[in-house]
Design a binder for this molecule. Structure first.
Ligand code: HAM
Length: 421
């Protein structure tokens, strides 16, 4: 028997109302914040990700689904959504549009990780990117939007952690200080951190190993090494966040798992912080588009994993249970009634009602049970008597009341009841 591959899952009909609720809440906010939707391919040239996400990151080193296609091209299933959107921005000359260009996406993301609660090999992301302006008010807007999404879904007890990792001008000085700080401690630290010390010292800060973590706690903080421009940007951002009343915590160890960030980085975390708890994260990436060969273009964005939202909503008992069921269920009692029923079904659907008819030969009792299982609001019963009189029996499933009405006034009668017209 085949099953879903490890780290993937089916989203079954009974789970769809919850997904739809989350997507609708997000879509409403995208409209309010002036973001437009973009969709990009599930796979891209591998180089797009190695160049932007960073050769030394876990994603590129261990997690990408990379293969040669039949034409010998190096292909990778997207392990994140920002680089593809930037590729599209360049490819379609979006720098000629009024800036910033504000884009959002819903996308499946592929990472070969060790599956556990909230961590999948295929997961669903919503992401938003504001491309084309370096104004810190855009950083604030992105953080605000992330915050609003979680808030409007009813999620409580979330914290926004904030850091800045400077720019290519000021970061090297910080990195030198970081390396110096770690030099005397590196012999106590894990094997990965010894490599990081040489190749990517910033990553030393987010190692999950307890020994390495305690060293990171007292390490130099990037915001003490900012150049004046990065310093001003950070101060402005904090002012805007205070005006927007978004509570945030400064966390000098927050560096994120992708290398393209400059200045602002942030993550939203639920209270019971565990390894896989981050519900959303993002930051500024002012050099990414330039590095991909586009014109120098500052940008800022974030993404959130829909499975992580779902997990947290489930914990907080916030998931909607049903999609409300169908309007009408037709229960025919013989073949002649079924012929009548199939015509009525068509008319009702054309009028905009959700309607279905029992299939196969079943007793009235069984058909009513089925109507209940589909949460039908009304059942139309058609038997021999009704065919003779060209009428139907209309049963209100909430009250149990039923009345006989002429078949040709059915639409009117249902409209009155369901639409109040
Ligand atoms: P990321 O932090 O790697 O950022 O992923 C964004 C979110 O996706 C995470 O906060 C988490 O909720 C979810 N997520 C990540 N990996 C998994 C997984 N294996 N299973 C389930 N959920 C997961 C990015 O990908 C950046 N592109 C975000 C960004 C947009 N930065 C700027 N613009």
């Amino acid at each position: 028997m085949f099953k879903t591959p490890r780290g993937t899952q089916d989203i079954l009909p009974q789970d769809q109302p919850a997904w739809q609720h989350i997507e609708n809440t997000i879509l409403t906010l995208c409209h309010r914040y002036g973001f437009e939707r973009i969709s990009t391919p599930v796979f891209e040239d591998t180089g797009l990700f190695t160049r932007t996400v960073g050769e030394e990151t876990d994603i590129v080193q261990k997690e990408m689904y990379t293969f040669k296609d039949r034409g010998d091209s190096e292909i990778t299933l997207r392990p994140e959504g920002t680089a593809p959107v930037c590729r599209a921005y360049i490819q379609h000359g979006m720098h000629n549009r009024p800036q910033p260009v504000k884009l959002y996406y819903f996308a499946t993301i592929y990472r070969y990780e060790r599956p556990q609660t909230g961590r999948f090999r295929e997961h669903h992301q919503f992401g938003a990117e504001a491309i084309g302006d370096k104004d810190p008010s855009l950083d604030a807007e992105i953080i605000h939007m992330a915050w609003k999404i979680f808030n409007n879904l009813g999620l409580k007890d979330l914290t926004t952690q904030l850091n800045t990792i400077g720019c290519p001008k000021c970061r090297p000085v910080y990195l030198e200080n970081l390396k110096d700080f770690y030099s005397s401690r590196i012999h106590e630290m894990c094997g990965d951190c010894r490599v990081r010390h040489q190749r990517n010292p910033l990553r030393l800060l987010d190692c999950k190993n307890p020994v390495c973590q305690s060293a990171a706690d007292s390490s130099p903080r990037s915001y003490d090494y900012l150049c004046p421009e990065c310093g001003q940007h950070f101060e402005k951002l904090k002012t805007y966040l205070r005006i927007l009343e978004i509570p945030f915590l400064l966390n000098h160890r927050l560096v994120r798992g992708l290398d393209y960030y400059t200045r602002t980085v942030f993550e939203v975390q639920p209270e019971d912080v565990g390894g896989q708890s981050t519900i959303g994260g993002g930051g500024r990436y002012d050099n990414l588009i330039g590095e991909l060969g586009g014109p120098p273009t500052p940008a800022v964005g974030f993404a959130t994993g829909l499975e992580r939202i779902m997990l947290n909503m489930e914990k907080q008992h916030l998931l909607p249970k049903s999609n409300g069921g169908i309007d009408i269920f037709i229960a025919p009692l013989d073949e002649q009634a079924r012929e009548k029923g199939i015509g009525l079904l068509n008319i009702l659907r054309q009028e905009g009602f959700s309607a279905m008819m029992a299939a196969g030969e079943k007793s009235l009792k069984a058909q009513l049970r089925q109507a209940g299982a589909f949460s039908a609001r009304y059942v139309i019963i058609i038997g021999e008597e009704e065919i003779k009189k060209n009428s139907v029996i209309l049963k209100d499933m909430a009250t149990g009341e039923q009345e006989t009405i002429p078949a040709n006034s059915l639409v009117n009668s249902i409209s009155k009841r369901l639409k109040g017209s």
